[in-house]
Write a protein that binds this ligand. Sequence first.
Ligand code: NAP
Length: 196
Amino acid sequence: MIQVGIMGGTFDPIHYGHLLAAESAREACGLDEVWFIPAAVPPLKEHAPQASAEERLEMVYRAIDFQPYFRAMDIELERGGTSYTIDTVKSLRELYPGREFSFIIGSDRVNDLAEWHRIDELAELASFIAVERPGVEMDPSHLPPGVRERLKRCEMPLLGISSTDIRERRQQGRSIRFMVPDKVYQFIKRNELYGS
Ligand code: NAP
């Protein structure tokens, strides 16, 4: 079976934290590939993305350019509407047989995993890889047993970068250089995304 990690996200914008989380999961869990899948409308988020779907996808393509193990997919953007992971995993299993899927999530997401749409069914179709950042507490004890036993953990170095911080920096006219790959940086500047 080919082992595929799914790196879902709003990616508004994608940054080095996302790439390092994906690479850490790939190495620790022996994944053959990691597929980056931008959400159309992310569930459980209060605000809509600022950049358009096309812009977020384009930034993902630019970020993973030439990385042999990374792919970008527009399956959730094509589907539109709220991007429930259960729908995505079901489609991927139909479209790409012979693969096992693991959904890569950051420490904070573990804490809301129990609220995900049809989480018990999702846990039967995919496992989860929780990427632990030093100093960020994650507490899987509250998860349903079927979900908890499908949760693998791996470590990554602490990288204090967030999409929210990047957007705020742009608003304030501050630098985001070296927080995102250079091709993403150039795209954000050229298209005047997130202010200034
Ligand atoms: P995001 O903000 O773009 O982040 C994507 C992932 O990268 C998150 O797991 C995030 O973890 C992690 N990450 C971000 N910065 C990081 C850093 N510096 N170091 C390490 N990890 C970092 O995406 P999101 O909006 O949270 O969405 C995550 C995925 O979960 C999406 O595919 C979404 O559709 C899915 N989701 C599904 C449901 C559902 O099916 N009902 C509900 C919620 C989410 P942190 O959050 O810990 O930063």
